[in-house]
Design a binder for this molecule. Structure first.
Ligand code: BGC
Ligand code: CA
Length: 297
């Protein structure tokens, strides 16, 4: 338990991920779901029942979103697929990068129309070989963005007119005009520039004031940014360096869940950051999130 500027940061459950990522609040079941990309696991925790469940998918998993039938849609090592919530069975339906074995999927999310967006990255993390794809309701795949190095955070504005996106090494958040009916994006512009001292921008979510909450990899914090002014408004310090993503959960979407990673830390750093890889929560954080969009099945 760490006190931060009047807010209390708690570890949700005694479990550490190699690369914790992709938190999603499942409001129908009141559980927080997150993934361990490198170990190929989906985690589910019920704050009411205090139960923790792990689904093993036996390959790397970059991101998940909820389906309306309760299962998951995911971007896995072998492509886009569905994961049965009960059995953990994976059914791949398309692999747009079958010919790129040195890439893997990373962050992804459903858009307001229920399409599933997910990006890729080279395992080397050092060349712009990744892309962003969208799986439509008909399971067709469309490439949306090319030339990204570490495809990461995604969010849509409340009025569903803007798509926010992070390619981590750019240290920028960019915005596109977004057309909900077609999923078309255009008019890319930079809305936030992150100073290097703050760490690299990773996963993100949006609150109901339209402000972006970003996990700062190597930056020991989650921060709230104003995409209209490009300004940092607020930050929550974490006791671990690699903060990967965050989302709002709980009955009123006022609890901020934060994923972190052990990846990238030396033995020495790991000893000094025993909580690295934990899922943290700031209950009643003073802000409210937006419900996660789901994929219709
Ligand atoms: C990726 C990691 C990467 C990190 C920081 C994460 O989303 O999964 O592999 O190191 O971002 O850029
Ligand atoms: Ca990420």
């Amino acid at each position: 338990m760490v006190e931060t500027t009047g807010l209390q940061l708690d570890v949700v459950v005694q479990h550490t991920c190699a690369l914790g990522e992709g938190p999603v609040w499942d409001a129908k079941r009141n559980v927080i779901c997150w993934i361990d990309i490198l170990r190929g696991e989906i985690h589910e925790y019920s704050p009411e029942q205090k139960t923790h469940r792990t689904i093993h998918v036996h390959q790397m998993i970059g991101s998940i979103a909820l389906c309306t039938n309760g299962n998951f849609i995911a971007a896995l090592q072998n492509g886009f697929g569905f994961i049965d919530r009960t059995s953990g069975e994976v059914r791949i339906f398309s692999d747009p990068e079958e010919n790129l074995p040195n890439n893997r999927f990373n962050d992804g999310k459903c858009d307001p129309e229920g399409r599933f967006w997910a990006g890729t990255m080279p395992l080397s993390e050092n060349e712009p070989a990744g892309s962003v794809y969208v799986a439509g309701k008909d399971l067709s795949i469309t490439k949306k963005i090319e030339g990204v190095t570490i495809s990461n955070g995604m969010a849509w504005s409340r009025d569903e007119q803007i798509f926010y996106y992070i390619d981590t090494p750019t240290l920028e958040v960019v915005a596109y005009d977004y057309e909900k009916s077609t999923g078309h994006i255009s008019n890319k512009r930079i809305v936030i520039k992150i100073p290097k001292e703050d760490g690299f921008p990773d996963g993100m979510t949006i609150d109901n004031d339209g402000m972006l909450w970003i996990g700062h990899w190597g930056g020991w914090q989650v921060a709230r940014w104003d995409p209209d002014k490009g300004e940092k408004l607020h930050h929550i310090p974490l006791p671990v360096a690699n903060v990967s993503s965050c989302t709002f959960g709980g009955d009123d979407l006022e609890d901020l869940y934060i994923t972190t990673a052990k990846k990238g830390l030396t033995e020495d750093q790991l000893q000094k950051q025993p909580l690295a890889g934990s899922l943290f929560v700031v209950r009643n954080c003073g802000f409210k999130g937006m419900p996660a969009f789901e994929f219709e099945t």
